[in-house]
Design a protein around this ligand. Structure first.
Ligand SMILES: Cc1cc2nc3c(=O)[nH]c(=O)nc-3n(C[C@H](O)[C@H](O)[C@H](O)COP(=O)(O)OP(=O)(O)OC[C@H]3O[C@@H](n4cnc5c(N)ncnc54)[C@H](O)[C@@H]3O)c2cc1C
Length: 396
């Protein structure tokens, strides 16, 4: 088929596409049963064995072009990998950033930077799965971030703080968004931000301190403090002062990928809830015979199917290199909410047993909730739709 030039030429596959990938991912997941994830959650362990298995499979390099040693797969195929992990009880969020954080390097890095890092990221020799954007005092208002990088000869000197930087303790490299020109000296507030590639192995203890953050889920997240960290100027990704644009480029990809995880979560909750509702006998009949139990599960299924269609559309537009901001944002909104409604239905269906750790419902319920907050919160998705799709005044 010829390359689509406009959205009306894009085709979306229905049903279980990428069957070979789905089968292979299911096989990997079967080696990581629920007890593995329960223990990781209980002890706040990084699921190293799972991450190593995913790395060895080559699937975390799905989006790296073949010329750099990756698999060169489509966005949809990459999404299917993450979706299958989550649908089969695993938590790919522990390593999903290895798939997409490199996108900024791929699109905006110099030829030298790409040749140096991408093959090693593709093989898994280097982990690039930390992405430092959020700060404690500025949150969603990214352009006000306070972490400063000041040029000193052939280095940048970084001072400031990040929060919620996930997987930083398990990553060799980090993409760091910093302000290189003070806000009051730029015309556009999005200018003056820059992206640095930080080698965590050199930085730790030399101007950078990483502290684990105890959180509601086992997401291996951290706070990072910078006090005079020296980053070689050659590690600047893209033009100085244009870092906001460089990271914005990757956001549609991130939204599409994490939405696949939400769809996977939703499928797990719906399957688990349906089974329990059919098997659990109370008042001498299966609880699923009651409409009050059955209908929330059926509704969550309908919402999941609708979100899945929207997500397939977003991925297809992305793969055709066509604008997909609207679709990626809508897919993110619908998928995260479908997953949450499925989680709620599953929890309620299980009654008191929903609270028993051995059923995994409470853990996965906690895990799926974050999708409405990170990497972008629902309100900000709605603000995007209101402003950029519907043309209403900017609300913030
Ligand atoms: C488990 C986890 C992992 C994370 N991993 C990373 C990571 O790896 N790297 C990273 O950089 N960040 C990460 N984050 C941070 C995440 O991206 C932010 O938490 C998120 O973007 C929201 O920012 P905030 O927490 O500062 O909320 P705030 O900006 O303080 O917002 C709080 C609430 O107010 C709402 N709100 C704020 N302003 C407006 C407005 N103008 N209109 C309407 N509503 C508004 C928001 O929608 C939100 O619900 C992670 C967070 C979590 C919880």
């Amino acid at each position: 088929m010829s390359i689509p030039r406009s959205a009306d030429q894009v085709q979306v596959s229905l049903g279980e596409d990428h069957q070979d990938i789905r089968d292979a991912v299911r096989r990997i997941c079967s080696d990581f049963p629920a007890e593995y994830w329960r223990r990781a959650d209980r002890q706040e362990l990084y699921p190293t064995e799972f991450v190593e298995a995913m790395t060895a499979s080559g699937y975390l390099a799905a989006l790296i072009p073949e010329e750099y040693g990756g698999a060169g797969l489509s966005m949809r195929a990459a999404g299917v990998i993450l979706q299958e992990c989550h649908a089969n009880g695993c938590y790919a969020a522990a390593c999903h950033a290895q798939m997409y954080t490199m996108g900024t390097l791929l699109r905006h890095g110099s030829l030298d930077q790409k040749a140096k890092y991408l093959p090693a990221i593709a093989s898994g020799e280097l982990r690039l799965q930390a992405f430092g954007v959020t700060e404690p005092t500025t949150g969603t208002d990214t352009t006000k971030l306070k972490t400063r990088a000041v040029r000193d000869d052939d280095h940048y000197v970084v001072t400031g703080q990040k929060v919620w930087t996930s997987r930083a303790e398990h990553s060799d490299l980090m993409l760091l968004l910093v302000r290189t020109t003070p806000l009051d000296l730029v015309v556009k507030k999005t200018d003056g931000l820059s992206v640095l590639l930080v080698d965590m192995r050199e930085a730790r203890g030399n101007g950078m301190e990483v502290r684990p953050l105890s959180a509601m889920i086992n997401h291996n997240t951290t706070e990072i403090f910078f006090d005079g960290l020296r980053v070689p100027a050659k590690n600047l990704i893209g033009p100085e002062g244009k870092g906001f644009r460089c990271i914005l480029d990757g956001m549609n990809a991130e939204r599409i990928l994490v939405s696949h995880e939400s769809i996977g979560d939703a499928r797990w909750f719906i399957r688990t809830a349906s089974l329990y509702a059919t098997e659990r006998i109370v008042f001498d009949r299966p609880i699923g015979q009651n409409q009050g139990v059955q209908f929330p599960i059926a509704r969550a299924y309908a919402e999941t199917q609708a979100a899945d269609m929207m997500l397939r559309k977003a991925a297809a537009l992305f793969d055709a290199d066509l604008p997909c901001g609207e679709d990626a944002n809508i897919a993110k909104l619908l998928a995260s909410e479908a997953a949450w409604h499925a989680a709620e239905a599953c929890m309620q269906t299980h009654g008191g047993f929903g609270y028993a750790r051995e059923y995994d419902v409470e853990r996965r319920w906690r895990e799926t909730r974050v999708q409405q907050i990170a990497p972008i919160s629902t309100n900000l998705v709605l603000a995007y739709i209101g402003e950029h799709v519907l043309g209403m005044p900017r609300s913030y």
